[in-house]
Design a protein around this ligand. Structure first.
Ligand code: ATP
Ligand code: SF4
Ligand code: MG
Length: 341
């Protein structure tokens, strides 16, 4: 890859700025992602967390320009090493999608073709980079080994339905790594798996990050997964970022009432056996995108809501100005309640 060895350390690998993704449903505009901005640094594992319907998958799909539906991404930029992928033509985008950014989809069967062998699927992906059939097979074997699949040579001839859930997930990881991406986006990579296999897959992802140096965006509803895997996390609510910070600070001193609600009712964190529980119940529901509250979107569920909250969307404020990495949230009552859990 044509990059200076010591590129500017300050520049994030990926910079998402003011991303807007919209759909039209029954004549109404639905904002699935609404003004989202964040940075991903080289080699970091960034969590994207929030309840169902908060826009996590849509964020991933928007970054890869895979949004299915009209109008899709309507604003903002997705800068990969400074270049906006939203402005690339489709040929250049194919180099980014699967090439520089690998993706593990939330629905396993979205990535695996049931009628092709594992070997065929991986070699086809590898061959997009122009390698010979023999090299492609060797690389497929190497990728299955990297993904810690036992007897990889034998597995090459298997079809997806012949594999266990955990093994299928490993094959998806191998596929996502097939073109040596700089970034891996993993959307709920362990949700469907039992606890032991979950732990193995997360361990594998971290090991691959260390060995290959790629950055990971880990999308999950599971705070236990975030605690054990991520360095920083972004909490999304109703299409917006409500809090962001280093995981330790986020868990020890959450700023936003939504984050506190998630943590308060989560199973005790940090114990492998409890990972995998569904997100805890906060009274009420994520608002329908068709009926978004005017001001703070969490106001209808927030026990701290006051008149101001319903009138205007809160500013984004940092706990400590200039601290790096920043810990910040969007809440009118940040100062008063910052230490209450
Ligand atoms: N094709 C579509 N047309 C209209 N609305 C859509 C479409 N796809 C997603 N949405 C809406 O966008 C919002 C965000 O959905 P998204 O799939 O990103 O949520 P999520 O955070 O990934 O949830 P989950 O945890 O359930 O996977 C939801 O309100 C969803 O209903
Ligand atoms: S802005 Fe108001 S309603 Fe929103 S989270 Fe903060 S206190 Fe609650
Ligand atoms: Mg999703």
């Amino acid at each position: 890859m044509n990059r200076p060895a010591n590129a500017n350390h300050e520049r994030p690998l990926l910079a998402v700025r003011d991303l807007h993704t919209r759909f039209h449903v029954d004549g109404h505009a639905v904002n699935a992602v609404d003004g989202l901005s964040f940075d991903l640094r080289r080699g970091e594992v960034l969590g994207l967390v929030g309840e169902s319907g908060c826009g996590k998958s849509m964020t991933a799909m928007s970054i890869l320009r895979l949004v299915d539906g009209s109008p899709g991404v309507v604003g903002g930029s997705v800068l990969l090493e400074g270049q906006d992928v939203l402005g690339l033509d489709e040929a250049a985008m194919r180099h980014v999608r699967g090439g520089r950014i690998g993706m593990i989809f939330q629905e396993p069967m979205t990535s695996l073709n049931p009628v092709l062998t594992i070997g065929r699927q991986i070699t086809e992906a590898v061959r997009l980079d122009g390698v010979s059939p023999r090299e492609a097979r060797e690389r497929a074997l190497h990728l299955l080994e990297l993904a810690r699949i036992a007897e990889p040579a034998r597995r090459l001839d298997d079809y997806p339905h012949q594999l266990s859930g955990g093994m299928r997930q490993r094959v998806m990881i191998a596929l996502a790594l097939s073109r040596s991406p700089q970034i891996l986006i993993a959307d709920e990579p362990t949700t469907a798996l039992d606890v032991t296999v979950q732990a193995q897959i997360l361990d594998l992802l971290l090991d691959l990050r260390d060995r290959l140096g790629m950055a990971i965006i880990l999308i999950t509803h599971d705070l236990g997964v975030v605690a054990e895997t991520c360095e920083r996390a972004i909490v999304m609510y109703a299409g917006r970022k409500v809090e962001e910070g280093p995981v330790e600070a986020l868990f020890a001193r959450p700023l936003h009432p939504y984050t506190r609600g998630l943590l308060r009712s989560a199973p005790r964190l940090g114990r492998g056996t409890e990972r995998g529980a569904r997100l805890p119940e906060i009274p009420g529901m994520v608002p329908s995108p068709r009926a978004m509250p005017q001001g703070c979107r969490f106001a209808p569920r927030c026990e701290l809501a006051q008149a101001q909250c319903a009138q205007a969307y809160p500013d984004w404020r940092e706990r400590e100005e200039g601290a790096a990495p920043a810990h910040a949230a969007a809440c009118w009552r940040l100062d008063e309640d910052a230490h209450v859990l």
